[in-house]
Design a protein around this ligand. Structure first.
Ligand code: BGC
Length: 749
C-alpha cells in the first residue's frame, strides 16, 4: 500500500470515528438509530385526549390508553400534575423512554382570557399582541403545555365564515405584523426559558377563502391572490421562527391542502426553507377520503406524508399504513427519518430529553395562572380592542353619576360569551360581565336596572312591558347585543349577518321610548347592522374581550379610557356585497356614485358601512398633508413620509395613524391602496406630533408576471390618515426598475 493510500485510509477512519462520536452524543441521532420503523411512525402520530376525573380518555375511543405512552405528541392534555403523570408513563413504559410533547390550542389566552384575535387586531398594537401571547405562554407552560396551535394567520374577507374571529382580519400587512408578534410572544426568551412554547401558524393556506363562507369549503383563487394576500402572514411567521405549520382542511383549486405537495414542500420547505413541523389538522388526513382522491385506504397516509405532512393529528392512518408503505418502498425511509428527526429535535430544543418534566411544575402552575398582572393585561388589551363606531352628539362617555341606567340584553350577563369561542381553560366564573363592569363603575347613587329582554339564540322578547317602563324612567339605555360565543368560530358559518333572533325587534322597542340608546356589540365577526341599529346614537364594537370584558367596556362607556381601536376588517352594509375589502382593484369602470355603467350595484351602495381602519375617539384628530423626503427616488433609496397629526379635541387620546400606498401605473393591476405602515400615537389636547414612516423597495414592490418581486419605475401615491378611505395624499416617482433578491415577509410581496 503506498503512503498516499495509507494516509487516505487513516483520514477516512478518523473522520468516521469523529462522526460517530459526534452523533453518539446527540440523543436525536442516537435514538433514530435504535428505533424500529413502528416506533418512528409513532413519533409522527398525535393523539387527541380529554382529561377527565378518572384520567385521560383518547378521543377516537378505539385505542387502548397505553397508546398514549408511545406516540410522539398528545393534544388536549394540560395541568402540571396530569401532564407529569402522562409523561412519567411515557418515559417509563416506552421502550426508548422518549418524552411526549403536550399540545393545546392556546389561542387567545390559557386561563386568563384575552380578547379574541380579531378583537386584538383592532388594537393595531404588536407590542400588546406580543405581551398577551407571552402571558398565555407563561400560563400554559406552567400547566405542562409545550406547544400551541396558534397563531391562526388566515386572511379572512368573508364574514360569513365563522373563523373570522380567530384571525387578524382582511389585510396581509396587518396580519403579518400580528403573526410575527404572536410567534415572538409564544417564544419569549427561547427554549432556555421554560415558559417558551412552540408555536404553529395555521391553517396553511386559503382556509379563509372558503367558497360561500361555508366552513371547510374549497377555495379557488389565482396564484397572484394566493401569493399577495394569503401567503404573506405565513411567510412572516416562518421568518419569525415559527415551529409548526398546520395545513388547512379545505382544498385549493382541486388539491386538498393536506396533500398539496407544491405548497407544503414546494413553497414551505424549498422556497421558504421552513424546517419545522408540519402537523395535520384534526382527522384531516383521514378526511382525504371524503375529498374523493383516495382509492385504497393507505393512499391517505401516502399522499399526506409524501406531500410533506410530518405529524398526523387524531386520525391514525400513519400508524396503520406507513410501515407497510415504507416496506413496499412507496414511502422512503429517509423521509420518515427526516420527519422523526424534526419531532425529536423539537423535544430536544425544549429540554425534554434532559428533563421530561420541565414544564410540569405545580408550584409554577399555582403562581402563574390568572395572576393580577395577567388580569391587568387582559383589561388593557380589552380596552385597546374596543372600536367606537358611532357617537352622535358626544353621547359617550356617559357620566358615572346617572340617576338610572337600564341595561338590556342577555349578553350583558353572559359570562361564557365574554370568553369567545376558543377559551382555552378559561372559566366563565372568572370573567367580568358587562353588567358587573357597569355596576362596579357607576357612582353608588346610580341605579342600574337589568332586564335580559332577549338572547341572541331566541326569537322571544321577555317582559317587554317592564322593559318599556324601565327605559322610560332611565336616563340612558345600554343595549348589549350581538352574537353569543357559540355563534362564531369553527363550523359556525352564517348567511344572515344581522343581529340574530329578536334583538332588532327589541332594539326598535327601546328606540321607540325616545331615550338615548347606547349599543354595545358583542360578536366574533363584522355584523351587517340594520337600519334600526343605524338609528341608535352610539355604537361600540366590543367583540369578545375575555376575562376583563365588563371592566374594559365600562372603562370606555364612562370615559376612564378613551377608545382607540380601529377595524381590522370591513363592515359591509349587506351580505350581498361580500366579499368587500378595502384593497380592491379599480376595474376598467371604477365604482363611483355617477353613471350606470360603473362597477356598482343598482340596489345598494357599493361602499362599506364602516371601512377597514375606521374607529372614532372621544377626541378628534386632524392630519396635515404628508411630507415626503423626495419627489423622485431610485429603487435602492428609502423614502421618509412625515405627517403632522394634531389632537383637535378636549381629551387626550391615542390615534392609529395608517399609511397606504398605491402603485399608480404597473405592469399588472394593483389594488387601489395597500396598507404599508401604522403607528399609534398618544396626543394631549392641542398637541401636534410628527409621525414618520420609512418606505423601501419591499414596500414598492409587486410580483411580476414571473412571480419575481420587483420595483417598477413610475408614479406612486401615498395616503396617510385615520382609515383606509383617507384622501390625504402625496405622490412620488421611482426612477428605475429592479428585481429584488428575496421576497419580503411582512405582507409585502
Ligand atoms: C381546528 C384547528 C385546531 C385543531 C385541534 C381543528 O378542528 O381546525 O384549528 O388546532 O382542531 O384542536
Amino acid at each position: 500500500m503506498n503512503l498516499y493510500r495509507q494516509l487516505a485510509l487513516l483520514y477516512l477512519a478518523l473522520s468516521i470515528s469523529v462522526g460517530v462520536q459526534a452523533t453518539e452524543q446527540d440523543p436525536v441521532e442516537d435514538l433514530l438509530r435504535q428505533m424500529t420503523l413502528e416506533e418512528k411512525i409513532d413519533q409522527l402520530s398525535q393523539l387527541g385526549v380529554q382529561i377527565t376525573p378518572t384520567g385521560p380518555v383518547i378521543n377516537n375511543g378505539q385505542l387502548p390508553p397505553a397508546s398514549i405512552n408511545t406516540v410522539g405528541s398528545v393534544l388536549g392534555a394540560y395541568g402540571a400534575e396530569q401532564t407529569r403523570q402522562l409523561q412519567e408513563q411515557a418515559v417509563t413504559q416506552s421502550r426508548l423512554h422518549i418524552p411526549l410533547l403536550f399540545a393545546y390550542d392556546v389561542i387567545h389566552g390559557f386561563r386568563t382570557i384575552f380578547p379574541v384575535p380579531l378583537a386584538e387586531a383592532a388594537a393595531w398594537d404588536t407590542d400588546l399582541a406580543y405581551r398577551t401571547a407571552r402571558a398565555a405562554a407563561i400560563e400554559a407552560t406552567a400547566s405542562g403545555v409545550h406547544w400551541t396551535f396558534a397563531p391562526m394567520v388566515d386572511i379572512a374577507r368573508d364574514p360569513r365564515w365563522g373563523r373570522v374571529v380567530e384571525g387578524a382580519g382582511e389585510d396581509p400587512f396587518l396580519g403579518a405584523a400580528m403573526a410575527e408578534a404572536k410567534v415572538r410572544g409564544f417564544h419569549g426568551a427561547g427554549p432556555s426559558d421554560n415558559s417558551s412554547m412552540l408555536a404553529t401558524a395555521k391553517h396553511f393556506v386559503t382556509y379563509g377563502a372558503a367558497e360561500g363562507g361555508r366552513d371547510y369549503n374549497g377555495a379557488d383563487l389565482s396564484e397572484r391572490t394566493l401569493r399577495e394576500v394569503y401567503l404573506p402572514p405565513f411567510r412572516a411567521a416562518v421568518a419569525a421562527g415559527v415551529d409548526g405549520i398546520m395545513p388547512s382542511f379545505n382544498e385549493l383549486a382541486g388539491i386538498p391542502l393536506h396533500s398539496h405537495k407544491a405548497l407544503l414542500t414546494g413553497v414551505l420547505r424549498d422556497e421558504w426553507r421552513f424546517d419545522g413541523l408540519i402537523v395535520s389538522d384534526y382527522n384531516a388526513i383521514w378526511e382525504l377520503n371524503q375529498h374523493g382522491i383516495i382509492a385504497v385506504p393507505a393512499d391517505a397516509a401516502r399522499l399526506a406524508f409524501t406531500a410533506g405532512v410530518d405529524i398526523e393529528m387524531a386520525s391514525q392512518t400513519y400508524r396503520q399504513y406507513l410501515p407497510s408503505l415504507v416496506r413496499a418502498s412507496q414511502v422512503s425511509l429517509a423521509t420518515v427519518d427526516e420527519a422523526v428527526r424534526r419531532v425529536l429535535k423539537a423535544k430536544q430544543r425544549l429540554g425534554l430529553f434532559a428533563d421530561p418534566y420541565r414544564y410540569s411544575d405545580e408550584a409554577r402552575q399555582r403562581a402563574n395562572l390568572l395572576t393580577p398582572q395577567h388580569r391587568a393585561l387582559a383589561r388593557e388589551a380589552a380596552q385597546k380592542s374596543i372600536v367606537l363606531l358611532k357617537n352622535t352628539d358626544a353621547l359617550l362617555p356617559l357620566p358615572k353619576s346617572l340617576r338610572k341606567v337600564l341595561v338590556v340584553g342577555s349578553l350583558a350577563t353572559d359570562a361564557e360569551s365574554t370568553l369567545g369561542p376558543w377559551p382555552g381553560v378559561g372559566l366563565a366564573a372568572d370573567s367580568i360581565t358587562v353588567l358587573q363592569g357597569i355596576r362596579s363603575a357607576v357612582d353608588p347613587d346610580t341605579e342600574v336596572i337589568y332586564l335580559p329582554g332577549t338572547a341572541p339564540n331566541s326569537e322571544q322578547i321577555e317582559d317587554l312591558r317592564s322593559i318599556r317602563q324601565a327605559a322610560r324612567s332611565a336616563q340612558v339605555v345600554v343595549a348589549v347585543l350581538g352574537e353569543s360565543a357559540n355563534q362564531s368560530g369553527e363550523a359556525r358559518s352564517r348567511t344572515h349577518l344581522g343581529l340574530p333572533g329578536a334583538q332588532d325587534a327589541l332594539l326598535r322597542e327601546l328606540l321607540a321610548t325616545g331615550k338615548p340608546v347606547v349599543i354595545v356589540l358583542m360578536n366574533g365577526r363584522p355584523l351587517v347592522l340594520s337600519d334600526t341599529v343605524a338609528q341608535a346614537p352610539a355604537l361600540l364594537e366590543t367583540w369578545f374581550l375575555g376575562s376583563e370584558t365588563g371592566h374594559a367596556v365600562a372603562d370606555i362607556l364612562f370615559g376612564d379610557v378613551n377608545p382607540s381601536g380601529k377595524l381590522p376588517i370591513t363592515f359591509a352594509r349587506n351580505v350581498g356585497q361580500i366579499p368587500l375589502y378595502y384593497a380592491y382593484k379599480n376595474t376598467g369602470r371604477p365604482p363611483s356614485g355617477e353613471g350606470l355603467y360603473t362597477s356598482t350595484y343598482i340596489d345598494s351602495p357599493w361602499t362599506a358601512l364602516y371601512p377597514f381602519g375606521f374607529g372614532l375617539s372621544y377626541t378628534t384628530f386632524s392630519y396635515a398633508t404628508p411630507h415626503l423626503s423626495a419627489d423622485r427616488i431610485a429603487s435602492t433609496d428609502t423614502l421618509t413620509v412625515q405627517v403632522n397629526v394634531t389632537n383637535t379635541g378636549q381629551r387626550a387620546g391615542d390615534e392609529i395613524v395608517q399609511l397606504y400606498l398605491r402603485d399608480d401605473v404597473a405592469s399588472v393591476t394593483r389594488p387601489v391602496r395597500q396598507l404599508r405602515g401604522f403607528r399609534k400615537v398618544h396626543l394631549a389636547p392641542g398637541e401636534t406630533r410628527t409621525v414618520s414612516f420609512t418606505l423601501d423597495a419591499q414596500d414598492f414592490a409587486l410580483l411580476d408576471e414571473h412571480w419575481r418581486p420587483m420595483v417598477e419605475a413610475g408614479r406612486f401615491s401615498v395616503f396617510v390618515g385615520a382609515d383606509s378611505t383617507t384622501d390625504n395624499q402625496a405622490r412620488f416617482e421611482v426612477t428605475d426598475s429592479r428585481v429584488l433578491s428575496g421576497a419580503g415577509p411582512s405582507g409585502r410581496p
